[in-house]
Ligand binder design. Structure first.
Ligand SMILES: NC(=O)c1ccc[n+]([C@@H]2O[C@H](COP(=O)([O-])OP(=O)(O)OC[C@H]3O[C@@H](n4cnc5c(N)ncnc54)[C@H](O)[C@@H]3O)[C@@H](O)[C@H]2O)c1
Length: 450
């Protein structure tokens, strides 16, 4: 294997990372990392962060981090110069020091003065920055969904754990007190045996993207770098900032976009692993649109002791329980419904006066939702950087939620039931489906084996 020089690694053009391990092996971690195998930030230290991906969510994350006085943002990387300048301005407005700006996020990996990175790139660009950051001794706050494939997620989890990194996934609902209370209630057993969990997102967004033509990328954008490991194709404004979500090359549609949040609540409360999935869906709302992922989808995910029914629609805003999004836990005694605005419990009927309904439950009136939980999520990450304790959305939790969403998407794409072995993280008896557990990387980018 050709040894890649440090200069090549840090250069502006993507270089072969056949490998990443060669590079990382030749990468000299700081004395501190060498001695401790981890960075431990003392409670008095200032924490030096960098942001990778400064679009809508990157800016929101950055602002939450900067609300803490101890945070210093030293660098920002983005392949879009305009977004990069916007990020730099945000830091300049709150701090005296101007952060360094890079087009190539790998420049950040080489810096020893950076304790943590925020990864807020599009989903297809989560895996490599997270893996490199873990390998170079940085903690990570990575946006949801963890990755675009189950295989990428597994490698990311391994990279985090083997390098003793703190990695928080941006599923901020875990830091909302009302979600914590609702999950505690579900776990208490009061609802009785939970056989059905329903989760949904009905987004009354503009929906249709229309059919814009391919064109030249904006001059301020390094489009080839934006594509990165995704297949090469001409630039199209719909397959770009923000709306990349609706294309298989970069994301998994609403199933992974909001599924990563809502299914995460299911996994948190139910503590079981999926054993199969089936799904139907299509572009029923916007059939002539350039969007690829289903605007309407119903997925049924099988767990050993219950079924998860997922529903989504783009372009409609009223779902079950008159809520645009939510999770419903249906037990033999009652039903708990939770969303970002609050939670409540409804009692089941008792028509037959069944003696096995040992807990005759009372309805719980609506408990109001908490607010500002994105900030608390970021705060939890910073606290865990100091204590080295597991953050509330530790990377393996993000991987579990994303796995369920990806399985449902494999089922919707192949239009059949997918049987899943959660221990081996492999599809059972279906080679075509197994291929979709990973994804092909465009050369020279390579997903390392970890
Ligand atoms: N936690 C939440 O509630 C929440 C909300 C919205 C988005 N998100 C997640 O945040 C991520 C970003 O979404 P968005 O809506 O902000 O997208 P966006 O398109 O607005 O921003 C992505 C940014 O990443 C940049 N980028 C692309 N490739 C890059 C690379 N190789 N190096 C550096 N920068 C690169 C783009 O130029 C852009 O500025 C997604 O994974 C999304 O799912 C999370």
């Amino acid at each position: 294997m050709k040894k890649i020089t440090r200069r090549e690694f840090l250069g502006n053009s993507p270089v072969a990372i056949a490998g990443a391990s060669t590079i990382i092996a030749g990468f000299e971690p700081s004395e501190k990392i060498k001695a401790e195998g981890k960075i431990s930030v003392s409670s008095n230290d200032r924490i030096h962060i960098a942001l990778i991906g400064c679009g809508g969510m990157g800016k929101a994350d950055l602002k939450s981090f900067l609300r803490m006085n101890e945070i210093e943002c030293l660098a920002i990387a983005d392949v879009d110069e305009k977004h990069l300048a916007e990020g730099i301005k945000i830091v300049e407005e709150t701090r005296s020091r101007k952060p360094d700006g890079y087009r190539d996020f790998r420049r950040i990996m080489d810096r020893r003065d950076i304790d943590a990175v925020i990864v807020a790139t599009p989903d297809h660009w989560h895996a490599l920055p997270v893996i490199y950051a873990c390998q170079t001794g940085k903690d990570v706050y990575v946006e949801k969904p963890l990755a675009t494939s189950i295989k990428e997620g597994r490698v990311m989890v391994n990279a985090a754990h083997r390098n003793n990194r703190i990695v928080q996934v941006g599923t901020q609902q875990r830091s909302a007190k009302h979600f914590q209370d609702a999950v505690r209630y579900v776990k208490s057993g009061h609802l009785g045996k939970i056989r059905l969990v329903r989760s949904w997102t009905y987004l009354d967004w503009k929906g249709g993207l229309g059919n814009p033509l391919d064109c030249e990328p904006p001059p301020e954008v390094d489009y080839d770098f934006w594509l990165g490991p995704a297949p090469k194709r001409p630039f199209n404004p719909a397959r770009f900032h923000f709306t990349f979500r609706w294309f298989w090359d970069y994301s998994g549609g609403l199933m992974t976009d909001w599924g990563a949040h809502m299914v995460d609540v299911v996994m948190w409360a139910m503590s079981e692993d999926p054993i199969g999935a089936m799904a139907i869906g299509g572009k029923y709302g916007f059939p002539d649109d350039i969007m690829e992922t289903p605007d309407t989808q119903q997925s049924i995910v099988e767990f050993p002791g219950f079924s998860l029914l997922w529903e989504h629609m783009i372009g409609c805003g009223v779902g079950p329980w008159q809520r645009e999004h939510g999770v419903e836990f249906h037990g033999s005694n009652g039903i708990l419904v939770v969303d970002r605005k609050g939670w409540e419990v409804h009692s089941e009927t008792d028509k037959l006066g069944r003696p096995d309904r040992i807990y005759r439950m009372k309805a719980v009136p609506r408990q109001e939702g908490s607010w500002d939980y994105h900030f608390y999520h970021v705060k939890n990450f910073i606290e865990c950087m100091k204590t080295r304790e597991k953050p509330v959305s530790e990377i393996s939790f993000g991987h579990k939620a994303a796995t369920v969403c990806h399985l449902a998407n494999i089922a919707v794409r192949l239009r059949r039931y997918i049987s899943w072995d959660p221990e081996k993280e492999k599809v059972v008896g279906d080679t075509e489906a197994q291929k979709l557990v990973g994804r092909k990387y465009r050369s020279p980018w390579v997903l390392p084996e970890i």
